[in-house]
Write a protein that binds this ligand. Sequence first.
Ligand SMILES: Cc1cc2nc3c(=O)[nH]c(=O)nc-3n(C[C@H](O)[C@H](O)[C@H](O)COP(=O)(O)OP(=O)(O)OC[C@H]3O[C@@H](n4cnc5c(N)ncnc54)[C@H](O)[C@@H]3O)c2cc1C
Length: 383
Amino acid sequence: MPSEVCVSNPMRVLISGASFAGLATAFWMTRLGHKVTIVEAAAGLRRGGTPVDITGETIDILRRMGMLDAVLAKALPPRGFDFKDENDATLGGFTAETGERDPATARYEIHRDDLLDILFAAIDGAIDMRFQRSIRQLSDNASAVTVTFDDGAQEQYALVFGCDGNRSNTRALAFDDAETASYFMGGYFYLRVVPETGLLPGDTSQLFSVPGKSAMLNGYHDRTDICLAFRAERPIAYDFRDKAAQRRLIREQFEGIGWKVPAMLAHVDTEGDFYFDQANQIRMQTWSTGRIALVGDAGYCVSPLAGMGGSIALIGAARLADALAQHPGDHAAAFQAYETGLRPFVEAVQERAATNGMSMLFPADEAELAERNRRLRDGTIDL
Ligand SMILES: Cc1cc2nc3c(=O)[nH]c(=O)nc-3n(C[C@H](O)[C@H](O)[C@H](O)COP(=O)(O)OP(=O)(O)OC[C@H]3O[C@@H](n4cnc5c(N)ncnc54)[C@H](O)[C@@H]3O)c2cc1C
């Protein structure tokens, strides 16, 4: 357990990406006594998105990081999850947990931005933070990694951690299987966060499905998440810069569908930031090469279907730090231990999201929808 350990051999460590994986890895590396630089492509921390789940091992990790109280102070009220039919009748679901939570099964949610702020506050001033900067080239040799940045500067680092998300730059620059690592799960999703809409009560989520399409609303006191997802057998070609074309695509997919979908589509039509992407996972043969290792979505994105992207990034950073503390001076053994220890858990989460998660939240056809609804009636649904 490295939480208070200072190693005798401080190293220069470079991290690409300043989100959950990057900030948490930076936290642990400074605790291990290393000198940390982060490069982040964006001009500041990238904000927005749906809340992050905090459960299981993540609770212990936040406690070890000294952040649990700050996280619990910002935790959202417990939320219920209802599956709806087109008349808005509830087919089944999960009620909000109330009362004292059992630490073994407790589950908290916190807004993405609040968790980012807590993580950043813990390392601000202790690291060399460089926004609007990214890596152009990595040259790994036995004793160090020579890094060329996008401004042409060159520096040497003992270790480099790719924490740069689903479309990781580090993965593309350093790993042979980068091009084949993305596993298409068979669908696309649109997400937009808008001010509170009145479409559903606060502290609830609602999901409505027809074969091959699902519409989900998350209600909070100050905002509503609008999520629309549709199945596709194979990746579809679209220009990821052409936002108007993506809006049209969503409208074509959901036009004529009942429940609250027409009201949701009205928000699709208005200008404003939204996410539209394929549901995918990152499945790598190995998470490290030489002195370079991947953490979080960069190495093992589990997809939004798993609902665990943020917490797995925190777990990955802590497990990596534990492994480095257990193998001082031997990064190869540490990277091996990190991967051996964490891979079975990640693969189980990925498998579950790609099978059970897809068929329960996002049934492909009439048969899957009927089976999902049967499990709702029987109370045997499990996400
Ligand atoms: C803005 C945003 C909103 C999100 N919203 C949701 C959501 O609503 N629901 C959901 O399930 N998941 C969402 N995610 C993904 C989810 O947060 C991740 O699964 C989880 O945060 C994993 O964390 P990560 O640090 O591994 O990757 P990410 O959170 O994706 O962070 C990667 C970081 O690397 C940076 N980066 C990318 N390329 C480069 C580069 N070339 N050089 C330097 N830095 C780079 C990015 O700007 C980003 O800050 C979102 C991610 C982001 C960035």
